[in-house]
Design a protein around this ligand. Structure first.
Ligand code: C2E
Ligand code: MG
Ligand code: MG
Length: 444
């Protein structure tokens, strides 16, 4: 029996060819998984190439350890590994393997007295009858990997929708313009609650594209394209204006609730940003403290001087600034002295594993401690169950967001959610959990 092992690039491509031919003849399912290390150049610069090389070695060892027998892995370029998963019996196997890979690679690497964390993105292409050339598998997995990186997703499966996104970009560009003109975009709202009391403090506005033919398109699929084409600017201002306008439709008694809007890197560098945000708030007559702008940690670090300057101006106006997906970038503690933020949002990859992974628990604790130290509010996003909710209350996290509290929902459902009397989410306080009005299934 073959054991999982590291192949050379040439050997790997040869096996991919054989496996895809076998699929054409016998329909024996397989999948190609590409793993890209995000910002690997930066790791090489920070720690040196020797450490970089050792990380690559340890990565392949960790993956080989968990790969079922008969599967192979190769380093196909400076920062990417490819895995061939053969003899797949059901689709879930691929996702299971992917999650395992993400989990083992999220543990820190201890090399030469340095503790280094990496973040990977993964693109997957499963066997497809329409693919006759093995190179096309590589191409499609690269497409999925590229989109995963751009959209900050841990992994993406290649699908025709992705192909449509990247290969027919002019077409998508037109479609986005039409969507803006025809009103195909919609905002969903996901509640944010004070964890200890369970009281809503506001919601995050999340964009949805209701395409007449494609159905509901995920923001992970079109925001990266809109960022490339510059269309993210009109989208961002559509989102901002719609969220501020719809605030007036939230129940009258909820006048203190806050709405959070996501801003991409390009939008944060717009020279007129401060003026445009201020004028939107004035037009809709909204108190400045009721708006939160969420930017990802990587956006903050992409051009810190410029971004800090703009965010500082917004913060000085009373607008709240939240650092999204926190913990996945490489912020150094020295930034915190002057960080123009009011809130840190712990990335959901840590929150979801707070009970199962001691490392993720430790990271969550550390982020909470950093937030307290620098007098920032701290939000846990991606709370999917009672146990995680309770754990975060114990860790003294301030605010929670996640499917357990409420899924993103259209405006009318969100308004109903706000109007529905709520029990506390904390188990010990609430004996009526079974009829919990905020149970994960009651929304969307
Ligand atoms: P984000 O800002 O980090 O938003 C959180 C994402 O996590 C949302 O995905 C939300 O639906 C999902 N989520 C929330 N709770 C849970 C949970 O308990 N479990 C799981 N598995 N997921 C949960 P969504 O709506 O698909 O948005 C994805 C990303 O797209 C957002 O990540 C944000 O970066 C971007 N995005 C969404 N709307 C906008 C927008 O209007 N403008 C910009 N620039 N980006 C947006
Ligand atoms: Mg966000
Ligand atoms: Mg996030």
């Amino acid at each position: 029996m073959t054991v999982s092992k590291l192949l050379t690039r040439t050997q790997f491509f040869h096996q991919l060819k054989e496996t895809s031919q076998l699929y054409q003849n016998t329909r024996q399912e397989f999948a190609l998984i590409l793993i890209g290390i995000n910002r690997f150049k930066k790791i090489n610069l920070l720690y040196g190439f020797e450490v970089g090389d050792q990380i690559l070695d340890q990565m392949s060892e960790r993956i080989i350890d968990i790969l079922p027998e008969g599967n192979v892995i190769a380093k196909i370029n400076n920062s990417e590994f490819a895995i061939l998963l053969k003899q797949i019996k059901h689709a879930g196997q691929v996702i299971l393997a992917t999650n395992k890979i993400i989990s083992v690679l999220s543990e820190p690497f201890n090399i030469a007295n340095e503790t280094v964390r990496i973040k990977v993105s993964i693109g997957i292409c499963s066997a497809q009858a329409s693919i006759t050339r093995s190179d096309d598998y590589i191409h499609r997995a690269e497409v999925a990997l590229e989109l995963a990186k751009k959209s900050n997703a841990e992994y993406l499966l290649y699908s025709d929708a992705l192909d449509l996104d990247l290969n027919r970009q002019p077409d998508i560009e037109n479609k986005i313009n039409i969507a803006l003109e025809e009103g195909e975009f919609e905002l969903y709202y996901q509640p944010k609650v004070d964890l200890k009391s369970g009281t809503p403090i506001g919601a995050e506005a999340l964009i949805r594209w209701n395409h007449p033919l494609l159905g509901q398109v995920s923001p992970n699929a079109f925001i990266p394209i809109a960022e490339q084409t510059g269309q993210i600017i009109p989208i961002t201002f559509w989102t901002l204006n719609t969220a501020l306008r719809q605030l007036s439709e939230w129940p009258e008694f909820e006048t203190m609730l806050n709405v959070a809007v996501n801003f991409s890197a390009i939008a944060t560098k717009d020279e007129d940003l401060v003026e445009r945000v201020e004028s939107a708030l004035k037009i809709w007559g909204i108190d400045y403290t009721r708006l939160t702008i969420e930017i990802t940690e990587s956006t903050l670090l992409s051009d810190p001087t410029k971004t800090f300057e703009i965010l500082k101006k917004l913060k000085n106006l009373g607008i709240k600034i939240s650092i999204d997906d926190f913990g996945t970038g490489y912020s150094s503690l020295s930034y915190f002295k002057n960080i123009p933020a009011t809130e840190l949002k712990i990335d959901q990859s840590f929150v979801s594993k707070v009970l199962s992974s001691p490392t993720d628990l430790q990271i969550t604790k550390t982020i909470i401690a950093i937030a307290k130290e620098f007098e920032l509010k701290v939000v846990a996003e991606g709370i999917e169950d009672q146990a995680t909710y309770d754990a975060l209350v114990k860790l003294d996290c301030d605010i929670g967001q996640g499917y357990f509290i409420g899924r993103p929902m259209p405006l009318d459902k969100f308004v109903n959610w706000l109007k529905t009397p709520r029990f506390s989410f904390t188990k010990n306080v609430n004996s009526n959990d079974a009829e919990h009005p905020n149970s994960p299934n009651r929304d969307t």
